[in-house]
Design a protein around this ligand. Sequence first.
Ligand code: CUA
Length: 315
Amino acid sequence: MDTTGTIFLTPGGSTIAGEVDSLFYFLVYASIAMFGIVLAGLVYFGLRYRRRQTDADTPTSGRAHNLKLELLWSIIPTILVVIVFIWGFRIYIKMHVVPHEAMEVKVTGQKWFWSFDYPQGASTVNELVVPVSKPIKLLMSSKDVIHSFFVPDFRIKMDVLPNRYTITWFEATRTGNFDLFCAEFCGDGHSDMIGKVRVVGEREFSEWLEAGLSGGEGMTPEDFGARLYVSKACNTCHSIDGRSLVGPTFKGAFGTRRVLEDGGEVTIDENYIRESILEPQAKVSAGFQPVMPTYQGLLNSREIDALVVYIKSLK
Ligand code: CUA
């Protein structure tokens, strides 16, 4: 299997990748060949028939047509275009017809992270975990603006829209981590809307599912909170080093007074953090946009507890 990649393409990681790549290379090399032929003709005829000083009065040839030549330069490109169309259409159909046995994962895009809901009940943020060599159907929608789900190594990219489902699928051919990007400009945090697809063996997937359904066992609440801070993408908008990103920093926030957008004031305590996670628009800090999405349904109460402990610890 090709895992090295080329100057043009990253190494493929899905069943469709090889076919997409073949078509891509056909287009590239056919274009280079055509370019070479046209350029060579241009140079040759330019030199061969250039106007010389001595024959300034010689009239140019009266020849106006050459049927054979005209047929040739019409038919060859037409054949090429038909080949590319049929080839591309066959791949397009394959990419759009989801195999019946596919496992369905619900994908939600929102400013600025991805969340994934599995049929077994687990959910993740910014990390899609799937078993290798199994078709995965992605049922996708957005909570706000248009995003686009793009995994270069799998050669799949599909827009994710509000108020409507879009569907794509893939079957990973090898285990490993694959980059996931948002490929539609969606605002301030667009460039941070990145995640990964982790492809694991069948057994590891079942184990992960079981662990994912519980989660955080054997960790202190603070460590669990620190992990959630990254895995649930809080870090996209809230720093822990004092910098203001899209949202206020967590550093030294606990216990302080905060001025709100509506002029009111609040003490940052456990209840304020909990409320801000579940109902972010209820009390927005002054100087920040009310853009945080609710984490209702994305975090259970143990996870919220852990995040509260973690935020408290950030002095
Ligand atoms: Cu979401 Cu760009």
